[in-house]
Design a binder for this molecule. Structure first.
Ligand SMILES: C[S@@+](CC[C@H](N)C(=O)[O-])C[C@H]1O[C@@H](n2cnc3c(N)ncnc32)[C@H](O)[C@@H]1O
Length: 175
């Protein structure tokens, strides 16, 4: 069973928001936009912002609409190339994907890895992706998998919460 609940901005959203405020360029993509909170920040500094979400209701009912919302898996429906991509991944380890806003499947990797792969093909050579994961997920494996896709990968920042540590990963695509 899969739910259609929307993910309202939370501590992880705000942590990521702090790290995208100063990003600038021509085209940016947010994958898994939820409320559109992060996409709205990007709209201040990029000429074109596209935001995707797998959940149609999420895309169609956003309060303050983002300019270009697309309902699709990862970035699969897009053909454009972007300078910058951001994604607050559904990273919680789970046996099944019951809540698509947070469940990441086995080790918190099953959902994130295909999303990162999909996003990779939409990133310009030399472009940058920031994604959020957690100490609850097998984040070292996720970073290794990202490296194998041709990215230069590092932990950009961490934030301790009560029950987990948020891990912000920067992945740059070799040009
Ligand atoms: C943790 S929430 C983040 C929402 C928002 N970006 C934020 O930071 O508040 C993850 C979002 O990704 C979406 N999502 C889950 N799997 C997806 C996929 N395979 N492709 C695109 N979006 C997906 C969910 O519907 C949800 O809105």
């Amino acid at each position: 069973m899969q739910s259609n609940s929307r993910y309202d901005p939370a501590e992880d959203t705000f942590f990521l928001a702090d790290h995208i405020q100063d990003e600038k360029g021509k085209a940016a993509l947010e994958v898994g936009t939820g409320s559109g909170y992060l996409a709205k920040i990007l709209e201040k500094n990029f000429d074109l912002v596209v935001a995707t979400d797998i959940d149609y209701n999420t895309i169609s009912r956003q309060g303050s609409k983002i300019q270009n919302g697309v309902c699709c898996v990862g970035a699969d429906a897009l053909g454009a190339q972007f300078d910058f991509i951001v994604c607050n991944l559904p990273y919680l380890p789970s046996d099944d994907v019951v809540d698509r806003t947070v469940d990441g499947g086995r080790e918190g990797l099953e959902i994130p890895i295909p999303i990162i792969k999909s996003a990779k093909y939409r990133l310009k050579p030399g472009g940058k992706m920031l994604y959020l994961t957690s100490s609850l997920a097998n984040y070292t494996k996720l970073m290794r998998e990202t490296e194998l896709l041709g990215f230069d990968v590092r932990v950009l920042a961490k934030k301790k919460l009560f029950f987990e540590e948020l891990i912000l990963v920067e992945a740059k695509l070799f040009s």
